[in-house]
Design a protein around this ligand. Structure first.
Ligand code: HEM
Length: 124
C-alpha cells in the first residue's frame, strides 16, 4: 500500500529503501560505499535532513555543500540525473502521487542548487 502522509515514519522508510537501492547501483553505489562507513548513522542523518526539508523540524544541522564538494572529482551532472531518477522511482513506488511529487520537486531543487555550488565557476 502506498503512503499518503509525509511524516517521520514514512520518511525513514523512504530513506532506507532509497539508499538500499543506491548502494546496489553500478554508478552511484561505489561512491556511497567508499564514503560512508556507518550506514545506520547516515540513514539517521538523511532522515533528519528530509524531516527538516519536508516538515521543517530543524533536526538536520549539517552542511550538504562541503559534504558533496569532498567528492567533487567523482560526482558528475549525469550522476545527479541518475540519483534523481532513482529517487523518483522509489517515491513513486512507496508514496501516493501528491506526496511523491512534492518529494521529487524538492529533491530536484536541492540537486540543482548543489550542482550550482559544485560545478558553476565564474572565471575572474
Ligand atoms: C551526503 C553522494 C545527491 C543529500 C552524501 C555523501 C555522499 C553523497 C558520498 C557522504 C559525504 C561524506 O560524508 O563524505 C551523493 C551523490 C549524489 C548526491 C553521488 C548525486 C550524484 C544528493 C542530493 C541530496 C543529497 C540530490 C538532497 C536532495 C545529502 C545529505 C548528505 C549527503 C543531506 C549528508 C551531508 C552531511 O554530512 O551533513 N551524499 N549525493 N545528496 N547527501 Fe548526497
Amino acid at each position: 500500500m502506498k503512503t499518503e502522509q509525509i511524516d517521520d515514519q514514512s520518511l525513514r522508510r523512504l530513506v532506507e529503501a532509497f539508499y538500499a537501492r543506491v548502494r546496489t547501483d553500478d554508478e552511484l553505489g561505489p561512491i556511497f560505499n567508499d564514503a560512508i562507513s556507518g550506514w545506520p548513522e547516515h540513514l539517521d542523518k538523511l532522515t533528519d535532513f528530509w524531516s527538516s526539508v519536508m516538515l521543517t523540524t530543524g533536526r538536520y544541522k549539517g552542511q550538504p555543500v562541503p559534504a558533496h564538494m569532498k567528492h567533487r572529482t567523482r560526482i558528475t551532472p549525469e550522476l545527479f540525473e541518475r540519483w534523481l531518477s532513482l529517487w523518483t522511482e522509489t517515491t513513486d513506488t512507496m508514496m501516493e502521487p501528491t506526496a511523491a511529487k512534492s518529494l521529487q520537486d524538492k529533491a530536484r531543487r536541492i540537486a540543482q542548487s548543489l550542482q550550482l555550488a559544485m560545478f558553476f565557476r565564474i572565471e575572474a
